[in-house]
Design a binder for this molecule. Structure first.
Ligand code: ASP
Ligand code: MG
Length: 422
């Protein structure tokens, strides 16, 4: 019998009726002989509601003191969830106990609202498991070195579940969610999208960082670092479906590359509408320029994504990069007031209406011409490519956002994902 972690999202925890169903499902696993740890999110809408209350009182809570209070407030959603779920399990006749992050030693750094887990003390969890209890632990939160409550960023319960699974060396971490697995792309954009029965950890990491919202990216990083077997599956199946069938459903994130042998070159298409493009025109072409431009942006704590520098003509070049769309105004101002005058560049132009579309697949390592096939599919649709970036297992293009859906559909077809057996 195995040591299993289940994670349930806000939708699964959305009402007492649904919590009862979660309890019945967990009880089914426990009665089959598995040792069970459960990590639920807050009830759906609850984190937004709590942060809304905070916003009423302080619209921009940016100071460290204010952010500390945001975490104090937001973390309560999960505290309610674990108590309710433990109670529901007891009502099902199970032995169950709930804990908040600090009670089981989930230690994080002190970056409020986006803290990172540093360690988990598994003693208490193990003792309860040994005593035959189901252990229910809050997602999304931990405690910093000062003892203040921290949260892990929106969607952070995924990361909590994987981190707990790593700490107790669970056999598998099952993420129950409102989609039934990882798809070749978002089925809302491409109805022909197919569920993948397996995806490699590397591909999942790319998909998560390129805009697929199935898992919080840090949870995937964690799973990779500690090699936690991770499965994404539907929380909408009836709780009493056959356990073996349930255990094989969804998408398994695997570390074995050869399991993918018969798979296509490209496994999925990711896209992201949250970006904006900036270009500094007429930059003198000399050492230190990239550093002076991007260093200023990084110093303002703004993430940079795709970067392009052109070859120079007449000793000058153009330098482009993308940032999150929310940062567009700030970065434009920063470049105009600080960077352009200092460098003696000509000016800044920008476009917040772009998007990034990416193809992802470990098959790209061993196949040539994959990028060319991508560019052909886009050209056949008359879509202009503004920027390109590649890595070993992905190629991304930046295009006008109005072509996003067209591009995703064209690529899904070009790489034969529509009809591929999962
Ligand atoms: N409740 C938190 C959120 O809404 C964490 C989570 O659900 O994963 O972001
Ligand atoms: Mg989530």
């Amino acid at each position: 019998m195995a040591l299993i972690v289940h994670k349930y999202g806000g939708t699964s925890m959305g009402s007492t009726e649904r919590i009862r169903n979660v309890a019945k499902r967990v009880a089914k696993w426990a009665r089959a002989g598995h040792r069970m740890v459960v990590v639920p999110s807050a009830m759906s809408g609850e984190t937004n509601r709590l942060l809304g209350l905070a916003k009423d009182l302080m619209p921009d809570a940016h100071s460290a003191q204010a952010q500390r209070e945001l975490d104090m407030i937001a973390s309560t959603g999960e505290q309610v969830s674990v108590g309710l779920l433990a109670l529901a399990l007891q009502a099902e006749g199970m032995q169950a106990v709930s804990y908040t992050g600090w009670q089981v030693g989930i230690r994080t750094d002190d970056s409020y609202t986006k803290a990172r887990i540093q360690s988990i003390d598994d003693k208490r969890i193990q003792a309860d498991l040994d005593a035959g209890r189901v252990v229910v632990i809050t997602g999304f939160q931990g405690i910093d070195p000062d003892g203040s409550i921290t949260t892990l960023g929106r969607g952070g319960s995924d990361t909590s579940a994987v981190a707990v699974a790593a700490a107790i060396r669970a056999d598998e971490c099952l993420i129950y969610t409102d989609v039934d697995g990882v798809y070749t792309t978002d089925p809302r954009v491409v109805p022909e999208a197919r569920r993948l029965s397996t995806i490699s950890f590397e591909e999942m990491l790319e998909m998560a960082s390129l805009g697929s919202k199935v898992l919080q990216i840090r949870s995937v990083e964690f799973a990779g670092k500690y090699r936690v077997p991770l499965r994404v599956l539907s929380s909408f199946t009836p709780w009493d479906i056959d356990l073996n069938e349930e255990a094989r459903s969804g998408t398994l994130i695997t570390f074995e590359e050869d399991e993918k042998m018969e798979k296509a070159v490209v496994s999925g298409i990711a896209f992201n509408r949250d970006e904006a493009k900036l270009t500094v025109l007429g930059v003198p072409d000399k050492p230190g320029i990239a550093y002076q431009i991007l260093g200023a942006v990084a110093d303002a704590n703004i993430d940079i994504d795709v970067i392009i520098q052109n070859v120079s003509h007449d000793g000058r070049t153009d330098f482009s990069f993308t940032v999150h769309r929310n940062d567009f105004k700030r970065v434009t101002e920063l470049l105009e007031t600080e960077v352009v005058p200092k460098l003696g560049a000509s000016r800044v132009i920008g476009d917040p209406r772009i998007c990034k579309v990416s193809i992802v697949g470990i098959g790209m390592k061993s196949h040539v011409g994959v990028a060319a096939r991508m560019f052909r599919a886009l050209s056949e649709e008359g879509i202009n490519i503004q920027m390109i970036s590649t890595s070993e297992i992905k190629t991304s293009v930046v295009i006008d956002e109005k072509y996003m859906e067209l591009a995703v559909r064209a690529l899904h077809r070009a790489f034969e994902l529509d009809g591929q057996a999962a």
